[in-house]
Design a protein around this ligand. Sequence first.
Ligand SMILES: N[C@@H](CCC(=O)N[C@@H](CS)C(=O)NCC(=O)O)C(=O)O
Length: 227
Amino acid sequence: MGKSSEIKLLGTAASPFVNRVQFVLNLKSIEYEFIEENLFCKSELLLTSNPAYTKVPVLFHENKPPLAESLIIIEYLDEIYPDVHQILPSDPFERAHNRFWANYIDTTFFPLFTEMKRIHSEEGKEAIKKQIIEASQFLEESFVKFSNGKAYFGGDDAGYLDVVLGCFLGWIKFSEKRNEFKVLDEVRTPKLLEWTKRIWTHEAFKDAIPNTETLVNFYMMLQKYKP
Ligand SMILES: N[C@@H](CCC(=O)N[C@@H](CS)C(=O)NCC(=O)O)C(=O)O
């Protein structure tokens, strides 16, 4: 049960996009009410609050119209609560660069995992694994650049890209087990591997990320309703 406040979040715990918003709300210590959505039988609230996509997350802030799309929501939260744990850098070029990689993660990297789920031939799966590994090496390079020798993409503490990529870690781990391969390892992506260990133990993250059982249940529902 969430807390009653001026912020309400419509979502489901298994969604990495919803987890991004939860992670940022935690980083900024913002109280909110969580409204659980059933994506396999969408509520009237979801259909009317995000009619264009009918997807979660959707954020309700005071009496303003609802806001959808995880990246838009977390940037909005960063703008309205700039004084606590700013996630985007203040320099415009740095900000643009962060957005470039977030876009890469959302449009190139993560969709490969969805693709993997749809493909059944061994040959097809191997081709996707190769693409995932190539993409993870780009992410390793970007981590090295952004972190500049520090612990996170955001420097000394979690920032925008830590939130964006970090919330996919549960699903990445799930896919590694299911498809018997390693996305991140000591040889190809040593820095990112270290980073994942840090993120898993980050207080604001631990509270936002679902457990394996939640992911497995959601995956089974997906197989049933959206094979
Ligand atoms: N680009 C969106 C993606 C959101 C998204 O795909 N949400 C999924 C849950 S993980 C959803 O609501 N799916 C419902 C559907 O596809 O009908 C974001 O960043 O918020």
